[in-house]
Write a protein that binds this ligand. Structure first.
Ligand code: SF4
Length: 340
């Protein structure tokens, strides 16, 4: 009889060790990928001053060797274009640097967004929060308690979104502390976690985290952030299977990025790879106009054309909703695919 080999679940320390060993030097990253650093202009190195380079080795291992245009590399490599101050691009494109209590944004009626932690395992060059003043939102028990008190007094809230930075940068014991207090608020029904950690360091899905998310009375949704099919590997698929077994709803949001995923075939491949991993495509965001990221911009007309073509390539349930976030609006704004 054939044996089914199940990979060992990651120990608690694995992800922390990987986090302590991320790549921060563009030269080292390019060297690992056999890409000549001289092909990347020196000015690109200086872009670290604008926003640090930070890449987990487990993510770098999925990049194609010898390809300076690899779509995973492009998402994380500093570029000289980041110095361009494009008109209409700002440091706070969503006008969200106004917390109701430190770290808590009550942007929408029924849901509030809690910035659990400021840091991330990976720094994505297109990130709309690349200029966010995380230092003002410390992400500790004192600020979380203030957020819990605010939430407890707002019966209109039924869902809390853990965001950041990356909320899964918090240790399991910290998350347990926070989730326990939220679960004790009777009007809350759901907990949504927006995170890129499960894809860049799949070992983040520890035993304790799995038990925690499966054991709370709150309905838990994990919204991954994956932009390209090649980000998905076996370790990620195993991590998602573990979460699915304990009842976590698995979704994905992507950003439409020039040079990364701006074609219908690339997005079709991504949707299929997500579904194979048990994850449903949810949102495809047009780029938020954050200073330093204009070189990733795909215009609305092209975005609509790509998604219309995507509809002909995959089943309807694999087509994410094309949306834009506009600061101050009461919800995200879908783009009308019927416009030219
Ligand atoms: S992981 Fe998310 S919050 Fe962190 S840099 Fe990337 S896009 Fe921004």
């Amino acid at each position: 009889m054939a044996h089914i080999v199940t990979p060992n679940p990651p120990s608690r320390e694995d992800w922390l060790l990987q986090l302590a060993d991320v790549i921060t030097d563009p030269e080292e990253l390019l060297h690992l990928l056999n890409v000549d650093p001289d092909e990347v202009l020196r000015a690109g190195y200086d872009a670290r001053r604008l926003f640090a380079l930070r890449v987990p080795r487990a993510f770098a291992a999925r990049m194609e060797k010898g390809n300076p245009h690899d779509p995973l590399l492009r998402q994380v490599l500093t570029a000289r274009e980041e110095f361009i101050e494009a008109p209409g691009f700002s440091t706070d494109p969503l006008e969200e640097q106004h917390s109701v209590v430190p770290g808590l944004l009550h942007k929408y009626r029924n849901r509030a967004l809690l910035m659990v932690k400021g840091g991330c395992a990976v720094n994505c060059r297109y990130c709309f929060r690349r200029h966010f003043p995380y230092a003002e939102n410390p992400g500790n028990k004192r600020s979380w308690q203030a957020a819990v008190d605010y939430i407890a007094q707002r019966p209109e809230l039924d869902e809390i979104i853990f965001s950041g930075g990356d909320p899964l940068m918090a240790r399991d014991a910290e998350l347990a502390w926070l989730i326990e207090r939220l679960a004790a608020i009777p009007h809350l029904k759901r907990l949504r976690i927006h995170s890129r950690l499960p894809i860049v360091i799949p070992a983040r899905i520890t035993d304790m985290l799995t038990e925690l998310l499966g054991g709370t009375r709150l309905q838990v949704l994990l919204v991954n952030h994956i932009n390209h099919a090649r980000e998905i590997d076996d370790d990620f698929r195993v991590a998602m299977a573990r979460l699915k077994r304990v009842g976590v709803t698995l979704l994905n949001q992507s950003v439409l990025l020039r040079g990364v995923n701006d074609s219908a075939p690339a997005l079709a491949e991504l949707s299929n790879a997500l579904f194979d991993a048990g994850v449903m495509p949810y949102y495809l965001h047009v780029l938020d106009r954050v200073q330093g990221a204009a070189h990733f911009m795909v215009d609305d007309e092209t975005a609509r054309r790509i998604v219309r073509e995507l509809l002909t390539r995959v089943s309807g349930y694999l087509v994410p909703r094309l949306t834009r976030e506009i600061g101050g609006e009461p919800s995200k704004t879908p783009l009308d695919l019927h416009l030219p």
